[in-house]
Design a protein around this ligand. Structure first.
Ligand SMILES: Cc1cc2nc3c(=O)[nH]c(=O)nc-3n(C[C@H](O)[C@H](O)[C@H](O)COP(=O)(O)O)c2cc1C
Length: 128
């Protein structure tokens, strides 16, 4: 998306890659500014509440500093077992890749319900 002007709220989602925001998404987030209100969401393979997803959100919020971040939501996303096997061989990926083995089946019904709740909360924020 080249131009995100004229929207009341922008939901911007990304998969956590290498503990961070994918390089292709970063210019879009950095380009948000002024009155633009953004709600961030992401999927990740590691366990809920772990350090890598937190780190990725902190990075996303820091590069969205010219806009207003209303909130963020994350949930687990399943990772192809072949990718897990490959990345387990690399020391920088081993920890999250190990955890990602139990992410199969996510996002699940509970994740979708949490995501819906998050979306409604974000929309309520722009109404107030
Ligand atoms: C190259 C690569 C790097 C990844 N790095 C991380 C990571 O650092 N931490 C993590 O929790 N998940 C990591 N993942 C898992 C992705 O976040 C996961 O595949 C994605 O969120 C699934 O999203 P989807 O369900 O929307 O397809 C990585 C996946 C790939 C392919």
């Amino acid at each position: 998306m080249e131009n995100a002007n004229g929207y009341d709220i922008i939901f911007c989602g990304f998969p956590v890659l290498a503990h961070s925001v994918p390089g292709k998404v970063q210019p879009f987030i950095k380009g948000l500014s002024g009155e633009q209100k953004v709600a961030l969401f992401s999927t990740y393979g590691s366990l809920c509440g772990g350090q890598p997803p937190k780190q990725a959100f902190e990075h996303a919020i820091s590069i969205a500093s010219k806009a207003t971040t209303l909130g963020h939501f994350g949930c687990r996303g399943s990772v192809d077992p072949k990718i897990i096997e490959t990345l387990m061989q690399k020391s920088e990926h081993r920890a999250w890749a190990q955890e990602a083995q139990s992410a199969e089946g996510h996002p699940d019904q509970g994740d979708f319900e949490d995501a819906k709740k998050f979306a409604l909360e974000m929309i309520a924020k722009i109404g107030s």
